[in-house]
Design a protein around this ligand. Structure first.
Ligand code: 8GT
Length: 378
């Protein structure tokens, strides 16, 4: 009598037969206007909007496929120089598995003017330009895999990091001075990573909450607090205060916390231990090992349908005042690391907002820093 294969074996057999479709996806935009196509009812994920794109042929790179698909579907000629990598993601639709390699392409005004009235693409599909705010608000139904892409698009081109509390230690009331400086000098509607480097978590949470109350226009990244789930904290913690928690875009996970997470999970348990799902994550990485760990966490969170990893800081790009003894990566090494990341990459370390073009040219989507990102220097 033949031996029946067990479930694990059956799954392995099925796995071998699953065809994974490798797709190049182009998030084309001009300023806040984004281009969407519409998938007809007979297509996979039909009757939904989509970004322009299609299968990567066996003999071409993702970027070559991107340029070809955009030209075939819209007639827009993409220059390689304006292609910015956003990320890679694997999605299992049940009836089909896809790996989406996603790029952002900003059209020049002239190209946009030329194409903004085209209601149909070259393959007869409907095309439409939509407002970024409406796209992110979910007004245009897209395939499920695109949920992560929309979260990636929330990251602006610059992120301001607060000074540590210790920077104000010469002041009689350092907490009050820290608060006043940041309330007065954060750019309007900026994205701010509130990092006080204060050991007392409650004090740090309280400062973050006060800054958010004082500046309701800003959005924030707050440190990931592994204990926030179990500790009964009062409203001094931003996450517990409904009046301000809507300002939180992501939790930040340090390089150390990421590597501790990696150590705590085995290969088989990764998908069950993906950290809390309160907010999307932004992670700090410095090397290949940490980027691989971030990719692992990001992929597991997608698989578990948790809020995604929306970006990683890779640092230090250049020398900094705060870490004079640390050897910076330099743009070339930074760029090589950025290519390994499955999510958008933010440059950090010795940068100013004017260096965004260099970051874009080297595979990043955003720059972050302290001193040079405020309205006036402290
Ligand atoms: N172009 C595009 N495809 C997407 C997006 N999101 C997403 O999940 N996909 C999936 O990626 C695959 C795209 O492959 P494709 O465009 O070559 O295939 P298709 O189903 O449109 O047509 P075909 O198989 O007849 O060529 C589809 O399974 C589609 O559901 C997106 O934003 N744009």
């Amino acid at each position: 009598m033949p031996i029946e294969p067990n479930n694990q074996e059956i799954n392995q057999i099925i796995d071998k037969k699953v065809v994974i479709v490798n797709v190049a996806v182009a998030v084309i935009h001009h300023k806040e206007q984004y281009l969407l196509g519409f998938r007809n009812a007979t297509q996979h994920q039909g009757n939904r909007y989509e970004f322009v794109g299609g299968k990567i042929d066996a003999n071409e790179s993702a970027e070559q496929a991107l340029v070809r698909e955009v030209a075939e579907e819209t007639g827009i000629a993409i220059d390689n120089d304006i292609i910015v990598k956003l990320g890679r993601l694997h999605h299992d639709y049940g009836d089909k598995q896809v790996v989406l390699q996603v790029y952002k392409i900003e059209l020049a005004a002239q190209q946009y003017e030329q194409h903004k009235h085209c209601e149909y693409g070259l393959e007869g599909q409907a095309l439409t330009w939509v407002d970024k705010s409406k796209l992110l608000a979910g007004e245009y139904p897209l395939p499920a895999a695109n949920k992560t892409i929309l979260e990636w698009l929330r990251l602006p081109m610059q992120i301001t990091i607060t000074y540590p509390l210790a920077h104000f230690s010469e002041c009689a009331d350092s907490a009050a001075a820290w608060l006043q400086y940041h309330q007065d000098n954060l750019a309007i509607e900026s994205l701010v990573y509130i990092r006080t480097k204060e050991a007392d978590a409650e004090r740090s949470g309280s400062l973050a909450a006060q800054l958010m109350h004082g500046r309701p226009d800003v959005q924030v990244i707050v440190p990931y607090d592994a204990d926030s789930q179990v500790v009964d904290v009062d409203k001094s913690t931003p996450i517990k205060d409904e009046n301000i928690s809507h300002q939180i875009v992501a939790n930040h996970l340090t390089h150390t916390a990421l590597m501790q997470w990696l150590e705590s999970v085995s290969d088989t348990s990764v998908s069950e231990h993906c950290l809390s799902d309160d907010f999307p994550l932004i992670i700090s990485c410095h090397d290949i090992a940490s980027i691989e760990a971030a990719n692992k966490l990001a992929s597991a969170r997608i698989q578990q349908q948790l809020l995604p990893v929306i970006g990683i800081f890779i640092s230090p790009v250049l020398a900094t005042h705060t870490h004079p003894d640390t050897v910076p990566l330099g743009w070339e090494a930074w760029s090589a690391l950025a290519q390994l990341a499955d999510m958008p990459v933010i440059g950090l370390g010795g940068l100013s907002p004017t260096m965004i073009d260099q970051a874009l040219a080297h595979g990043g989507i955003s720059v972050a820093g302290i001193r040079q990102f405020f309205n006036s220097e402290k």
